[in-house]
Write a protein that binds this ligand. Structure first.
Ligand code: GDP
Length: 197
């Protein structure tokens, strides 16, 4: 297989920390509640349909790593909605997520927030969790196409009040995707400069 054909491809499906991919790629982690639009955004960022959209929420799975065209990895963490999971499954997820975030390899976490639900407690918990473990994160407002033109300023302010600077995106129309990709590249290269200089 030629190298370019492998871009946007699944690199690893990880259920144990020993299996986190090696090789020094910068890792961008995507987190958010089930149904927030994570799979749809992931497919857009990768420019390929690799993640299943509308899958059963809360189904147990590991952390999936994909390689982007820009040469970094995106780690897709299962939805942080938890509602339909057993306590054991939740704890298993938390342990693996803790191990990933504690590994020092995550350059950036994308916190996905439903544009129309800016103050869900699970999203606020994720924000605080990432701050606590020292992982830089960006708030990404999903399904922005569903917010009408007249509502956008107010909707954006409501999200910013809870989550700080926000990148609104629509996986449906593609709005905001290039801007988000640019910001991801910017944060990663800033981290690399810091590491090397
Ligand atoms: P996940 O559970 O977080 O992975 O969310 P999915 O990507 O599976 O999306 C959940 C639902 O929201 C699906 O019905 C999608 O079609 C819909 N959806 C996802 N992104 C968008 C978007 O940008 N705009 C609109 N209108 N719907 C979206």
């Amino acid at each position: 297989m030629k190298k370019d054909e492998s871009r946007g491809a699944l690199v690893a499906a990880v259920h144990r920390r020993e299996d986190f991919p090696r090789g020094g790629h910068a890792v961008v982690a995507m987190v958010g509640r089930s149904n927030v639009g994570k799979s749809s955004l992931l497919n857009r960022l990768l420019g390929a349909d690799v993640a299943r959209v509308g899958k059963t929420p809360g189904k147990t799975r590991g952390i999936y790593f994909y390689e982007t065209r820009d040469g970094h990895h995106i780690a897709d963490l299962p939805g942080a909605g938890y509602a339909r999971r057993s306590k054991e499954e939740r704890e298993g997820w938390a342990r693996l997520a803790d191990e990933l975030f504690g590994s020092g390899r995550v350059s950036l976490a994308l916190r996905l927030i439903d544009s129309r639900v800016p103050d869900a407690s699970a999203d606020v918990e994720l924000r605080d969790y990432l701050e606590g473990v020292g992982v830089p994160s960006l708030a990404v407002a999903t399904k922005w196409d569903r917010v009408g033109a007249a509502e956008r300023v107010r909707a954006r302010r409501a999200i910013e009040a809870e989550h700080g600077a926000v990148w609104p995106v629509s996986a449906k129309t593609g709005e905001g995707i290039d801007e988000l990709r640019r910001e991801i590249r910017r944060v990663i290269s800033r981290g690399e400069e810091r590491a090397h200089g």
